[in-house]
Ligand binder design. Sequence first.
Ligand code: PGA
Length: 246
Amino acid sequence: MGNRKLFAGNWKMHGLAAPAQATIAELEALQPEPPCDVLICPPATLIRQLAGGPFPIGGQDCHWDASGAHTGDISAEMLADAGAVAVILGHSERRQDHGETDDVVARKVAAAWRAGLAAIVCVGETEAERDAGRTLARVQAQLAGSIPDGGAPATLTVAYEPVWAIGTGRTASPDEIAEVHDFVRGALRDRFGPEAGDAVRILYGGSVKPGNAVDIMTVSNVDGALVGGASLAARDAAAIMSAAAG
Ligand code: PGA
């Protein structure tokens, strides 16, 4: 029996107060009782506004310290205080734009757990790494380096997001997804034991949309999706949730 699937929407740097509220209202009208777990990760400025609404809300990043002299940063405690229940960490856009290393990501994951947030830890290879046959080695290194000890199914989700598939319209094939997800499952079982390793959800991310969602959701060891662009349109998000039923 597989895990209940999770639809996690990553709004990235999109969203102002009024249209965001309208998107959530439309999504609730389309999916009053979604057939999967749902998490919406809007920009931090919208967390307090959207928390307490129909869907659980998450952040997209946090600092590793609880407070301090870090201009422009937001701590895990602040996300929790604003109403977030989870946070995406180590997204490839953070790794690229802000030079986040595995070590930095691991410190942020520990901070999320300290603040009572679940962590969605992103891993994935670049196109050059895939072409060089280094996909699994890259993912293994990221898993080992980005996830501190203490992970448990309730507080840890892994998202496999091949960098070349994010926002490009290119999606990994079901075979490519299965190879990496099966590998991640094995690594999680080795690290946390078979029971916990099986219960940690593994999401796929990278150009998931209504037209490919069923094919992706039915791949072995795919426990849901981390959805960027398509999560901004309520109709598309609702259709992907429907694909995550069962
Ligand atoms: P995308 O983004 O669905 O727009 O490809 C996914 C992500 O970056 O989480």
